[in-house]
Design a protein around this ligand. Structure first.
Ligand SMILES: C[S@@+](CC[C@H](N)C(=O)[O-])C[C@H]1O[C@@H](n2cnc3c(N)ncnc32)[C@H](O)[C@@H]1O
Length: 231
């Protein structure tokens, strides 16, 4: 392990067996493993995954507020970058973990910027994204020859989602949670050929719903995404 860089590890979507051998080795060799946490009740899927591979003493939870206030988040990421720099300066090897792949809608992206500002190098170790785990669970292709694919955070505006569906062979919507109704409406408007909600892939409570057969009127699970396809 290089002592001058922090390793940003993708942990996969939740199943502890879907972590890469490389990430597992770096976890084992790290002195400190930093786990971002935004759940005030202290729940962390990332911690559950790494607990299979590292002892509790190495794990440092790092709290981020859930309120989406940009200034507070920027402050926390800046502080975290400084903490990581101090750890590296004291000769410790450091890993930062995040769910799925660290380059896709990940807290790791914000941290990378803050670390760059203070001259600390970060090395990303790819992980299996929840998108790939979901298409594998459904047994469908994400894209074939000639297709295009778009990955978005689901908008609360149904017409924005509908437009995106119309523009791609496959459209992935992340962060569905409390906006499921804006997706259901978009599906009605854009009439795709396939539409699935995937909740908690690789975790307890994993399930898929065919959104062309039923239109749920509840919130989707906190960890859920949608895959929409046009033939
Ligand atoms: C902050 S993003 C992290 C994405 C992650 N970097 C990845 O590659 O999968 C969180 C979003 O990823 C999706 N997600 C992550 N884990 C999931 C899971 N186990 N099942 C379904 N969706 C998941 C959800 O859309 C969730 O709102």
């Amino acid at each position: 392990m290089d002592k001058n860089v922090v390793y940003s590890l993708g942990l996969g979507p939740g199943d502890p067996e879907l972590i890469t051998i490389k990430a597992m080795r770096i976890l084992e060799q790290s002195d400190v493993v930093i786990v971002p946490q935004s759940d005030e009740l202290g729940r962390s899927v990332a911690k559950d995954i790494i607990s299979h591979y590292v002892s509790d003493e190495k794990i440092q939870m790092y709290f981020f507020p859930m309120n989406n206030k940009k200034e507070e988040l920027v402050k926390r990421y800046t502080e975290l970058a400084e903490t990581i720099k101090s750890l590296l300066d004291s000769g410790k090897t450091v890993a930062y973990v995040s769910m799925g792949d660290p380059t896709l809608f990940s807290t790791s992206n914000y941290l990378t910027d803050k670390l760059k500002n203070i001259g600390v190098a970060i090395k990303h170790i790819p992980g299996i994204s929840s998108v790939n785990a979901s298409s594998a669970l459904l047994g469908i292709s994400l894209a074939s020859k000639g297709d295009n694919i778009g990955i978005y955070e689901l908008s609360a505006k149904a017409d924005v989602n509908a437009e995106r569906i119309k523009n791609h062979s496959t459209t992935i919507f992340m962060k569905v949670h409390k906006k499921l109704n804006a997706l259901i409406e978009a599906i009605r408007e854009s009439a795709p050929d396939e539409a699935y909600l995937i909740q908690r892939v690789g975790l307890e409570g994993e399930n898929t719903i065919d959104l062309l057969e039923s239109a749920p009127d509840f919130d989707a699970a906190y960890l859920s995404l949608a895959i929409i396809k046009k033939v």
